[in-house]
Design a protein. Structure first.
Length: 254
């Protein structure tokens, strides 16, 4: 995608990677619409960052997604980029599945059904634009499993294959499909992760992502250097060693 001149909707971006990316893209000359569940956070973002628009959306709720899509497209008919940012991560112990089932289902609803519903809500509009992009967000853990988060790993692997497949189907349209693959980043995705020495500083991650978007406008996957250890273990032939190292590094494998 081009790095400037876009109109971009980023649901799930009131904090963490989503908000940092929204601010960085706004600074590069894009119109940015931030989406999130909590009205007070959206109001604060709008007040602190003039020029950024906001819309309330719960990406776990199909009706909320449909309503938000109508609002965004009515106000921003030139919208040409969708970033499906919303996601959650939960620690699970599958020795006792009864204790984690509800949490695992919530991960699937947020991380898999959310992006599917968002893409479905916008894809027809995007196909009518002269140049459009869908940015999905998977994870390095789509390619190397972290033992404490089985459903999260699976959800991000699903996003990877969804991205690959939709890209093939939309190859005859103006819509590009780009997969963003973060490593562990210092956010509140898991308790304590924002202070983890194993996680990449948020500002460094977003700066590298924006640089990659600018230097590789036709990239299918946005991979900072730090995620390639996870992404290509199988291709390098050291997958088992990578899995062992990731799961021995600390209690959360970060």
């Amino acid at each position: 995608m081009n790095i400037s001149g876009n109109t971009i909707f980023i649901p799930g971006s009131t904090s963490g990677i989503g908000l940092a990316l929204a601010l960085a893209l706004h600074a590069r000359g894009n119109t940015v619409i931030v989406g999130g569940r909590r009205a007070e956070l959206l109001d604060r973002i709008a007040a602190e960052h003039p020029g950024i628009d906001t819309v309330q959306v719960d990406t776990t709720d199909a009706a909320s997604i449909d309503s938000a899509a109508k609002q965004v497209l009515a106000k921003h008919p030139e919208l040409n980029v969708l970033v499906t940012m919303a996601g959650i991560m939960r620690v699970e112990d599958w020795h006792r599945p009864e204790s984690i089932l509800a949490s695992a289902e919530a991960v699937v609803t947020t991380n898999v059904l959310g992006p599917i519903r968002l893409i479905a809500a916008f894809v027809e509009h995007l196909q009518a634009q002269p140049d459009a992009t869908i940015v999905t967000v998977s994870s390095g853990l789509a390619f190397t499993p972290l033992k404490v988060s089985p459903t999260y790993n699976a959800s991000k692997a699903a996003i990877h294959m969804l991205s690959e497949s939709i890209r093939l189907q939309l190859a005859d349209t103006t819509v590009k499909v780009v997969e963003l693959e973060p490593p562990a980043v210092r956010t509140s995705l898991l308790p304590g992760q924002e202070n983890s020495d194993f996680a990449m500083p948020l500002d460094e991650f977003v700066a590298e992502v924006v640089t990659l978007m600018e230097s590789q406008p036709d990239a299918k996957e946005i991979q900072v250097e730090r995620v390639k250890f996870l992404r290509y273990g199988e291709a390098r032939g050291d997958y088992d060693q990578v899995v062992a190292m990731v799961n021995a590094s600390d209690p959360h494998g970060k």
